[in-house]
Design a protein around this ligand. Structure first.
Ligand code: SME
Length: 163
């Protein structure tokens, strides 16, 4: 783990995610704890990505998603597989990019302010362990560059932790 001296990166998304990967590697270095690394990952996401109102993780436990470390308003604790954006990402084992949550049937509104969402599954050896969830009060806040960037962070996080 390295001390955090960062300021938010201004610039193209490629640079923002490159910096996020660099800092996540520093935070995870020598640390294998699932919760501790998730806590720092949610803090890094909330700090470096502009325009978010929620950034955090859910973990698959006993067949449902259970809230993990996050930054933002208190959120729904349990989400069934197949429900909402998070449960859809688990059921499909694929990232779900929602440009407008009002147009996503079954979206679970934890924070009424949320208007767009990106959910990336945490997958290890083909098994879903949970999700990273990002919400924004702005419609179309997330695009495929965000998806690829967060997928890279998800892979790094899964690899760094002892499951
Ligand atoms: N909107 C999510 C629920 C989790 S909150 O956004 C933190 C969903 O539909 O799965």
């Amino acid at each position: 783990m390295t001390a955090f001296h960062g300021s938010r990166v201004q610039g193209p998304k490629s640079e923002v995610y490159a910096e996020l990967v660099r800092q996540a590697k520093g935070q995870f270095d020598g640390e294998r704890d699932v919760i501790a690394n998730a806590a720092n990952l949610s803090a890094l996401l909330a700090f470096h990505l502009e325009g978010l109102n929620w950034a955090g993780l859910y973990f698959l436990k006993g067949g449902e998603l259970v809230l993990g470390p996050f930054q933002g308003k208190p959120a729904c604790v349990r989400i069934a597989v197949g429900k909402g954006v998070c449960g859809t990402a688990v059921a499909t084992k694929a990232s779900v990019l929602v440009p407008d949550v009002h147009a996503f049937p079954g979206h679970i509104a934890c924070d009424e302010a949320s208007r767009s969402e990106l959910v990336v599954p945490l997958v290890r050896h083909g098994q879903v362990l949970g999700v990273i969830d990002l919400d924004s009060p702005r419609v179309e806040r997330f695009d495929v560059d965000d998806q690829r960037g967060v997928e890279a962070l998800a892979a790094l996080y899964v690899e760094a932790c002892a499951w």
